[in-house]
Write a new protein. Structure first.
Length: 148
């Protein structure tokens, strides 16, 4: 196993963040970028000790999801923030209340929906009908849940 180069990882994370900002540049103003940075900083802090099975930092995943939401789907600031934070509540000590305090009720509700929709796909196949019903109910709150 190769030793981890933390300095290189920090550079990679920063480069991925800059790429995300470029992907959403035409849809964001200075205030939006400030909120995206706040979400990015929280996600980096929350996932700082987590690694994927491949050994790479976990934070690469939420940044990649946010990049897809911004560049390929064309979603806006709220969705980008939610993409960055989508695993924070599920995988760390942060709560939906924390997210609501920092980013507001809309972001908190979408994160809650994302957590619920992940549960839908994690259950076994015999529960598909119930899971589909839950997914439809979640979609009624905010369609961005399914897009992220």
């Amino acid at each position: 196993m190769q030793p981890i180069d933390l300095e290189q990882e920090k550079k990679d994370i920063l480069n991925k963040y800059k790429s995300l900002l470029r992907a959403c540049a035409d849809k964001t103003d200075k205030a939006d970028k400030k909120e995206i940075r706040k979400a990015f900083d929280l996600a980096v802090e929350a996932h700082k000790t987590q690694r994927r099975k491949s050994g790479e930092p976990y934070i690469y995943h939420p940044i990649a999801v946010a990049h897809i939401a911004a560049k390929e789907i064309g979603l806006g600031t709220t969705s980008i923030i939610c993409a960055l934070l989508h695993d924070v509540v599920e995988d760390t000590d942060y709560t939906l209340k924390d997210i609501e305090k920092l980013f507001g009720k809309k972001v908190s509700k979408i994160i809650d929906g994302l957590t619920k929709i992940q549960d839908v796909f994690d259950k076994n196949v015999s529960m598909q009908a119930e899971n589909f019903r839950k997914m439809l109910l979640t979609l009624s709150d905010d369609v961005r849940v399914i897009l992220i």
